[in-house]
Design a protein around this ligand. Structure first.
Ligand code: ACO
Length: 324
């Protein structure tokens, strides 16, 4: 008898301040029409001065713990996916742990840009499967507004700030796909494309924070191909077909990519969780924010099959299949 990671509850947090496409068009050569047509984005949330990634992550974590009915004291593992940590070190996970009043267990960050949450989920799931953790908090938290070049219309219109969190609990498992919990995770990286999406600064290179740079068209091309592959991989690993998936919860980078994935799986649009119109691309936070929204409004119900997928800088990509 082994262990499986049961999803107990999730929560999301978005900063108060909203920046609409029309707001951006006041100081940038862009339009609501261009942004909506190419991406599906209508607005994004932006963190306040002095509001850090750890603050966003802490709010999301508290909401997830409340939804799960879990006391922070029970958490023995915190994995935070972020590419926008408060500081180079300590890990943002350590600061969130402190905010939660916890002083035991392990807390660390993983960095796989927009695929970060799927990576963090895989790490936590493997800790649980190995019997090393009983209650894990998996968080995606970002303040991409701090690394955007607000003069570059090709990138600054695409991103937003936010955080999402998921509580996992180790439960005994006989390995059957009929059981609730994380069924499988699938991670990939091809570092030869690291220059398609990157930040042009860092502690070891320039000594500055830097700004996000992206070859949007090329990333788009890779995303469609790689996401289709990894979604197939997840289905095959569990002897499932696309039509058996109850909910697709994709990374929210571009509405056209999301719709292409839904179509590939043969899912109607109402089975695909979309937040990009209101949240934009919140990188590692986008999947758990979407998950939290669809779980809290009652769309995702216990026993249903939920497929997560994401693609990001690295290039990294991955998928996770859960029975909720
Ligand atoms: N407003 C108006 N015009 C714009 C804007 C803007 N905000 N941005 C670019 N343009 C212009 C360009 O200058 C260009 O003009 P030109 O033809 O005169 O040169 C034209 O619009 C077309 O630009 P493209 O970049 O070719 O537009 P495209 O259709 O490729 O859309 C986009 C760009 C939305 C970025 C798309 O490529 C995309 O979504 N890429 C994928 C991004 C992604 O998936 N990222 C995932 C990971 S994110 C992460 O990991 C952090």
């Amino acid at each position: 008898m082994g262990f499986r990671s049961l999803a107990l509850g999730c929560g999301g947090y978005l900063p108060e301040r909203i920046l609409t496409n029309a707001d951006l068009a006041k100081s940038l050569d862009t339009s609501d029409e261009w942004i909506v047509q190419r991406t599906g984005i209508r607005q994004r949330h932006v963190a306040a001065d002095g509001e850090f990634t750890s603050d966003l992550g802490t709010h999301a974590a508290r909401r997830a713990l409340a939804a799960a009915g879990v006391n922070p004291e029970e958490v023995d593992l915190i994995v935070v996916a972020t590419s926008t940590p408060d500081q180079t070190f300590p890990a943002t996970a350590a600061k969130i742990q402190a905010n939660l009043g916890v002083t035991h267990g392990a807390a660390f960050d993983v960095q796989a840009v927009c695929t970060g949450f799927v990576y963090a989920l895989a790490v936590a799931d493997n800790f649980i499967r190995a019997g090393q953790s009983k209650t894990a908090l998996v968080i995606g938290a970002e303040t991409f507004s701090r690394i955007l070049d607000w003069k570059d219309r090709g990138t600054c219109v695409l991103f937003g700030d936010g955080a999402g969190a998921l509580v996992l609990r180790a439960v005994p498992s006989n390995g059957s796909a009929a059981e609730r919990g994380v069924l499988s995770t699938h991670l990939h990286t091809d570092g030869s494309h690291h220059d398609l999406l990157y930040v042009d600064g860092g502690p070891s290179s320039t000594g500055t924070t830097g700004h996000l740079r992206m070859e949007g068209k090329e990333v788009f091309r890779h995303a469609v191909q790689r996401l289709a592959e990894v979604v197939d991989e997840a289905l095959t690993a569990n002897s499932l077909t696309g039509a058996q998936i109850d909910w697709l919860v994709p990374h929210q980078a571009n509405r056209r990519i999301i719709e292409a994935m839904g179509k590939k799986l043969g899912l109607s649009n109402d089975k695909v969780v979309l937040t990009i119109d209101r949240h934009a691309n919140t990188s590692a936070a986008s999947v758990p924010l979407a998950l939290a929204e669809a779980a809290s409004d009652g769309r995702i119900r216990p026993g249903q099959l939920v497929l997560l997928e994401a693609m990001g800088g690295g290039l990294t990509w991955g998928a996770a299949l859960l029975r909720w």
